[in-house]
Design a protein around this ligand. Structure first.
Ligand SMILES: NC(=O)C1=CN([C@@H]2O[C@H](COP(=O)(O)OP(=O)(O)OC[C@H]3O[C@@H](n4cnc5c(N)ncnc54)[C@H](O)[C@@H]3O)[C@@H](O)[C@H]2O)C=CC1
Ligand SMILES: O=C(O)C1=NCCCC1
Length: 288
């Protein structure tokens, strides 16, 4: 169902989102949006770090994510729940997005946010890979075999032709299903999956470090998507302390990224420029 014309606003389903938005186009939109965010005041984006309401009784979380962009003149908010202890048949992440008229504040649309979250997250990772890779990558390793594993396999192939895509999952059966769906190879051992990988995507709900620095190729680009809670981890201290750590928002990373908070990496340390705009300045400095 695309919309209900008897309502004063439209409802856009996940299927409709998928039909209306292509991944390649979304990657370009994300690149534009990330640039505006990095430009701070000049970019015209007002996007406070999200508020996360903990639903401790059920080990759940509710994220409230409002934003306004003056350049695209768009106003809205996403409400997202993430419940790491999955119940069979219930997605671990569920969301809706509301779109408001920026001139009046009137509700214009309610959009299913599940598909948006799946696609947008992977599109942002594809932008990061494109910006950070120094040369054409050969091997992609995806750690995790859920929804984000699938969307990342799609998004990262748009700008790169990998000769090998590997999937590792803690459940071999789930990794195999995911690998079959995305035309990848399943790896039963994590160190083997990571060996010589040029791009590594971490998309699990792990709460303890899974990926060790000693298993990574020097120069690998590691895209950390999970561990988006101060209590969660995916990367060990070796990875965090011996890498150039680049984030989209220093404020959000310092509040939410378990890998950054618990390893003690500081985005304010100028020797390790950690946000996209700091990195751009750093790269310019290197070129001089
Ligand atoms: N940074 C961002 O903007 C976003 C981050 N995420 C995060 O990405 C991660 C993946 O999300 P989805 O694919 O949607 O979730 P999902 O529930 O579809 O898949 C999660 C995967 O993690 C695996 N897993 C769970 N616990 C594990 C453990 N201890 N060790 C190894 N694997 C484990 C599961 O078996 C499953 O393969 C989550 O942490 C999620 O919160 C999701 C959306 C946006
Ligand atoms: O940005 C998002 O959307 C999410 N981030 C962290 C986990 C829930 C969804």
């Amino acid at each position: 169902m695309a919309s209900n014309c008897s309502l004063p606003f439209v409802y856009i389903s996940g299927e409709e989102v998928r039909r209306l938005v292509g991944m390649a186009e979304l990657i370009e939109e994300m690149a534009r949006g990330l640039r505006w965010v990095s430009e701070r005041d000049e970019g015209g984006v007002v996007q406070p770090v999200r508020t996360v309401v903990r639903v401790d009784k059920y080990c759940g979380n509710l994220g409230l994510m409002p934003a306004y962009s003056s350049k695209s003149d768009s106003l809205g908010a996403k409400l997202v729940t993430f419940y790491p202890h999955q119940i069979e048949g219930v997605p671990s992440h569920q969301a809706i997005v509301i779109v408001l008229d920026p001139r009046t504040g009137t509700l214009q649309a309610i959009v299913d946010g599940v598909e948006i979250t799946n696609m947008r997250t992977a599109a942002a990772s594809a932008c990061a890979a494109r910006a950070l890779l120094q040369q054409a990558p050969r091997v992609l390793c995806i750690v995790g075999s859920g929804v984000q594993a699938r969307s990342h396999a799609e998004a990262l192939r748009i700008h790169h032709s990998f000769s090998e895509v590997r999937i590792w999952g803690r459940s071999a059966a789930s990794a195999q299903r995911c690998a079959d769906e995305v035309r990848a190879k399943v790896s039963l051992s994590l160190p083997d999956a990571l060996r010589d990988a040029d791009v590594v995507v971490a998309v699990t709900l792990a709460t303890e470090p899974l990926i060790r620095g000693e298993w990574l190729k020097t120069g690998a680009v590691v895209i950390s998507v999970g561990a988006c809670h101060s209590d969660w981890r995916e990367l060990d201290d070796d990875v965090m302390l011996n890498s150039l750590v680049t984030v989209d928002s220093c404020d959000a990373a310092m509040k939410e990224s378990g890998d950054i908070i618990q390893s003690g990496v500081s985005p304010s340390n100028s020797q390790r420029p950690n946000c996209v705009s700091c990195r751009q300045r750093y790269l310019q400095k290197l070129e001089k």
